[in-house]
Unconditional design. Structure first.
Length: 312
């Protein structure tokens, strides 16, 4: 085999990639790298075991309709960036130090919100998320050192640590953006349903084929639909892919008028799709149902405010 026909090594392939694709190549490798999986599993179990109670849904952002973490990080990032701007001007180290302290105080709740979301992600997302967390942890350490230096009168060292911290924040933000936009962490995975299901009624099967109280998967315009017939005869239908990460609700459990996702435990009300428990922050698209000649027909329901939105 000549040198021209030898297969390229991973490093050689990386060198031959266009410059703008190298970052994505590295991130794709990070998604597939399993060596930290044992650490990830230990951390995941630890976060899930935290005694947060109803505060867990508060941190997930169920009340807000989307994850809290991207909103919470605006305070530390904004404070630290503002401190960097002040550090470019002589004599403003005291004001910059105050902003560094504000950022450090706000970092803890932002990190906790991110951790509870991270514990309910796919493993590929968790791998990127672990490095994202490490970068942000490094940033917190650097800003803590910056604040200590400023308090002790070492303004030059405080500024240096601050700029290093901002660099770490930038790396963490890049990884967070990859998780949000490339890996769809925290996105509503049922959002497309109203845009692809045609208007009108669609027949999904005979009533006799629906065991009472059991979730059944049907399809409308190639969109999976969950159909549940209650023992009293009433039929409910929801989009079948969980809005959290697309989990199969038809493989979940039905109890107390709700269905529980088998992947991460999100609970949705069968009557209207409302998410009564996280980590899902968006409800499931719901369908009106009727029975015609012994067959169930469904029609996508128009979005409307949920009665339990503020109290569930």
């Amino acid at each position: 085999m000549t040198s021209r026909t030898k297969p390229l090594t991973s490093r050689a392939k990386q060198r031959r990639l266009p410059r703008q694709n190298r970052t994505l190549w590295l991130l794709d490798r990070l998604e597939r790298e399993p060596r930290a999986d044992r650490v990830i599993e230990t951390l995941r179990k630890g976060v899930r075991a935290l005694p947060l109670g109803s505060g867990r849904d508060l941190l997930h952002g169920r009340w807000l309709g989307h994850p809290v973490h991207p909103l919470a990080v605006q305070v530390p990032i904004g404070s630290w960036f503002s401190a960097a701007v002040l550090d470019l001007r002589p004599g403003r180290s005291r004001e910059a130090g105050l902003l560094v302290g504000v950022g450090l105080a706000a970092a803890a709740p932002a990190a906790l919100a991110g951790a509870v979301d991270w514990a309910e992600l796919h493993r590929e997302q968790q791998r990127v998320g672990l490095v994202h967390a490490l970068a942000n942890t490094a940033a917190v350490g650097l800003y803590a050192a910056s604040l200590v230096c400023r308090v002790r009168g070492r303004a030059g060292a405080g500024r240096a640590y601050g700029f290093l911290g901002l660099t770490a924040v930038g790396i963490g933000g890049m990884l967070g953006g990859h998780m949000a936009y490339r890996q769809a962490s925290g996105a509503n995975h049922a959002e497309e349903v109203p845009h692809v299901v045609r208007e009108g009624w669609h027949r999904v099967g005979a009533v006799a084929d629906l065991p009472a109280g059991e979730p059944v998967r049907r399809s409308v315009d190639d969109v999976p639909v969950l159909v549940v017939r209650e023992p009293g005869g009433q039929v409910h239908a929801l989009a079948e892919r969980c809005s959290h990460l697309g989990g199969p609700l038809a493989e979940g459990t039905v109890a107390d008028g709700c269905v529980r996702c088998p992947w991460h435990g999100s609970v949705f009300r069968l009557a209207d799709g409302w998410n009564v428990r996280g980590p899902a922050t968006a409800p499931q698209p719901a369908f009106d149902t009727r029975i015609v000649d012994g067959h169930v027909e469904v029609r996508l329901r128009e979005r409307a405010p949920h009665d339990g939105a503020l109290t569930a």
